[in-house]
Design a binder for this molecule. Structure first.
Ligand code: PEP
Ligand code: MG
Length: 570
C-alpha cells in the first residue's frame, strides 16, 4: 500500500485496476543467423500472432471507437499480407543471414522512406501505418508487450509517462475511469481533456509509472491529486465516504442547473463551456452551460491520418451550433502546434514549438487548409449563433489578414448562392502579451476578446506551461497577469465590445472573485466546473470585488494577492 501525490487535474474519485500505457524499449541490433529457415519461421509466427491481435483490436475499435479508427487496423492487416513487403523481409533474412527483427526494421525503414518521399498525401500516410505495424511485429519478435489502449474493455485507470491529446482522444470513457501521469500540469491538454471527459485525473506525479504495475488496484482522487496503490479496506472505505460527499455537493450545485448566473447584487454574467468535440455537448447541457466559449477544433484534426474534409467539418460545426440552439458558440479556428501535433502534416521540428509555427501562423501560411475550415464554418453559421475566434494573434496585421480570408470565403459562398449568416461575430484569443498590451487598438477592429490565460501566463512569465521545473513561475495571480487581464477587459468595454476568458483561470474558484470585479463578461471553463462557479457567483457582490481588484492590482507579488484573497474568503 503506497500513496503518491501529483497535481489535481480533473475532479472526481474512481476505483479501478491499473493499465500501464508505456512504450517498451524496441531497440533492435543486427545478429548473424546460421539457421535462416528457422529464423523465417520465427518471423512468420510473429506475423501470425500480430495478425490475430490486429483482428481483435480492429473489432474492438469498431465497437468502441467507430469505423474510421477501425480502418487504421484494417490497413495494418493489409500490410502484413503484402507480398512485396513481407517477401523483402524473408529474402533479406535468407540472403544476408540476419535476424528477423533487424531485417524487418531495415525493410520497414526503406518502405517508409519511399512512401514519405512520394508527392501524394495518401501514400505519405501509409508510411505511418508501415511504421506502426512493424513495431507490433518487432515487439512480438522481442517478446515484449505493446500497450493497446483500443483493446481496453474493462474498467481501468491509465498510468502513463504523459498522454498526448490524441492518446487522450482515443481513450474510451466507458472503461477508462481516470488517468495519472508522470509529467504535465493543470493546463496541459491531456488534463483539459480529462475534465471534458469528466474522468478524474492526476498529473505531474514524477514517477508513477515506476511505482505501479499492471493490474494493481488503484484509487485516483482528482480532488486532491492523490493516488492510492493497493489500498487497505480502511482506506477504500474512507475514499468511498469522500466520493459520496462529493456526490452530495454536486447534487447541491445541480439545483442551479437552469438558473441564470447572477451575483448577489444582481450583476449577470455568462458561464460558458470549453469543448473539444460535438460529443462534449452532453456535458455542457448536463452542467447548465449558457454558451460554448471555446470549441477547440483541433481535436477534429487529431487521432486520424489525414485532414478532415470541408464536409466533415461542416457536419461537426453544424452539430454543435444546432445543439446549442440560440446560445452563442465560439469556434476557435485550428490551433495546432505546441503540445498539439498532427503527424500527417509533417510540420518542421522546432526548438521551441510553443513559440513556433503554430495556430494562426500556420493557417495564414497554409491558406488552403484555413480556407476549407472557414468555408465549413460559414456554411454552418445558419444553424445557430456563431462566433469565430482566431488563436495566437500577436499583431493587428494578423487579425486583418485572417479577417480578409474569412470575408473572401464568405463572398465566394454568397456568389455561389449558399446561405450564410450575417450575424457572425469575429474575435480573437488574447494569449500573447503584445496583444494584451495594445488591446485598445484591437478593440476597435474585433467584435470580442477571449483571454487565453493558459498561454498568456506562459508567455508573460516566460515559463513553459508543460514544465514542472519552472511551474513556480506559472503564476495566474501575479500582478503582471492581473493588470494585463484588467487592461483587456477595460479596453473592450470602452469600444462597446465584450470579453470572455477561456483559459483555465476562468473556472478557478480563486480567480472568479477577481474576474467578476474586473467586469469579465463571459467565463468559459470545463463543463464540470460551471455549477460550482454559479453557486460561488451567487454569493459575491461586485462592488466588494472591485475593491479587491484595486488592491490586487497594486500588490507587488503573487503572495500578496493570495493573502488578499485569503483574507477576503474569511
Ligand atoms: C489558452 O491558451 O488559454 C487556451 C484556452 O488555449 P489552449 O489551452 O488550447 O492553448
Ligand atoms: Mg492557447
Amino acid at each position: 500500500m503506497t500513496q503518491l501525490k501529483g497535481i489535481a487535474a480533473s475532479q472526481g474519485i474512481s476505483f479501478a485496476k491499473a493499465y500501464i500505457f508505456v512504450e517498451p524499449d524496441l531497440t533492435v541490433v543486427e545478429k548473424k543467423i546460421s539457421d535462416t529457415e528457422a529464423e523465417v519461421a520465427r518471423f512468420d509466427a510473429a506475423v501470425e500472432v500480430s495478425k490475430k491481435e490486429l483482428g481483435i483490436i480492429k473489432d474492438k475499435a469498431l465497437a468502441n471507437l467507430g469505423a474510421d479508427k477501425a480502418a487504421i487496423f484494417e490497413a495494418h492487416l493489409l500490410i502484413l499480407d503484402d507480398p512485396e513487403f513481407m517477401g523483402t523481409v524473408r529474402t533479406d533474412i535468407e540472403a544476408k543471414e540476419i535476424n528477423a527483427e533487424y531485417a524487418l526494421k531495415e525493410t520497414s525503414s526503406m518502405f517508409v522512406q519511399m512512401f514519405e518521399s512520394m508527392d501524394n498525401e495518401y501514400m505519405k500516410e501509409r508510411a505511418a501505418d508501415i511504421r506502426d505495424v512493424s513495431k507490433r511485429v518487432i515487439a512480438h519478435l522481442l517478446n515484449v508487450d505493446l500497450p493497446n489502449p483500443s483493446l481496453i474493455d474493462e474498467e481501468v485507470i491509465v498510468i502513463a509517462e504523459d498522454l498526448t491529446p490524441s492518446d487522450t482522444a482515443q481513450l474510451n470513457k466507458n472503461f477508462v475511469k481516470g488517468f495519472a501521469t508522470n509529467i504535465g500540469g493543470r493546463t496541459s491538454h491531456s488534463a483539459i481533456m480529462a475534465r471534458s471527459l469528466e474522468i478524474p485525473a492526476v498529473v505531474g506525479t514524477s514517477d508513477i509509472t515506476e511505482k505501479v504495475k499492471n493490474g494493481d488496484i488503484l484509487i485516483i482522487d482528482g480532488l486532491d491529486g492523490v493516488i492510492e496503490i493497493n489500498p487497505t479496506e480502511e482506506i477504500i472505505n474512507s475514499y468511498k465516504e469522500k466520493a459520496a460527499k462529493f456526490e452530495e455537493q454536486k447534487a447541491e450545485w445541480a439545483k442551479l442547473l437552469t438558473e441564470k448566473t447572477v451575483s448577489k447584487d444582481g450583476h449577470e454574467v455568462i458561464l460558458a463551456a470549453n469543448i473539444g468535440t460535438p460529443a462534449d455537448l452532453e456535458g455542457v447541457k448536463n452542467n447548465g452551460g449558457e454558451a460554448v466559449g471555446l470549441y477547440r477544433t483541433e481535436f477534429l484534426y487529431m487521432g486520424r491520418d489525414s485532414l478532415p474534409t470541408e464536409e466533415e467539418q461542416f457536419e461537426a460545426y453544424k452539430a454543435v451550433l444546432e445543439g446549442m440552439g440560440d446560445k452563442p458558440v465560439v469556434v476557435r479556428t485550428l490551433d495546432i502546434g505546441g503540445d498539439k501535433e498532427l503527424p500527417y502534416l509533417d510540420l518542421p521540428k522546432e526548438m521551441n514549438p510553443f513559440l513556433g509555427f503554430r495556430a494562426i501562423r500556420l493557417c495564414l501560411d497554409e491558406k488552403d487548409l484555413f480556407r476549407t475550415q472557414l468555408r465549413a464554418l460559414l456554411r454552418a453559421s445558419v444553424f445557430g449563433k456563431l462566433c469565430v475566434m482566431f488563436p495566437m494573434i500577436a499583431t493587428v496585421q494578423e487579425f486583418r489578414q485572417a479577417k480578409a480570408l474569412f470575408l473572401e470565403e464568405k463572398a465566394k459562398l454568397v456568389a455561389e448562392g449558399v446561405a450564410v449568416s450575417e450575424e457572425i461575430e469575429l474575435g480573437i484569443m488574447v494569449e500573447i502579451p503584445s496583444t494584451a498590451v495594445i488591446a485598445d487598438l484591437f478593440a476597435k477592429e474585433v467584435d470580442f476578446f477571449s483571454i487565453g490565460t493558459n498561454d498568456l501566463i506562459q508567455y508573460t512569465m516566460a515559463a513553459d506551461r508543460m514544465s514542472e521545473k519552472v511551474s513556480y513561475l506559472y503564476q495566474p495571480y501575479n500582478p503582471a497577469i492581473l493588470r494585463l487581464i484588467n487592461n483587456v477587459i477595460k479596453a473592450s468595454h470602452k469600444e462597446g465590445k465584450w470579453t470572455g476568458m477561456c483559459g483555465e483561470m476562468g473556472g478557478d474558484p480563486l480567480a472568479i472573485p477577481l474576474l467578476l470585479g474586473m467586469g469579465l463578461d463571459e467565463f468559459s471553463m470545463s463543463a464540470t466546473s460551471i455549477l460550482q462557479a454559479r453557486s460561488q457567483i451567487k454569493n459575491l457582490e461586485v462592488p466588494m470585488m472591485q475593491e479587491l481588484v484595486e488592491k490586487a492590482l497594486e500588490s507587488s507579488t503573487t503572495e500578496e494577492v493570495l493573502a488578499l484573497l485569503e483574507e477576503y474568503i474569511k
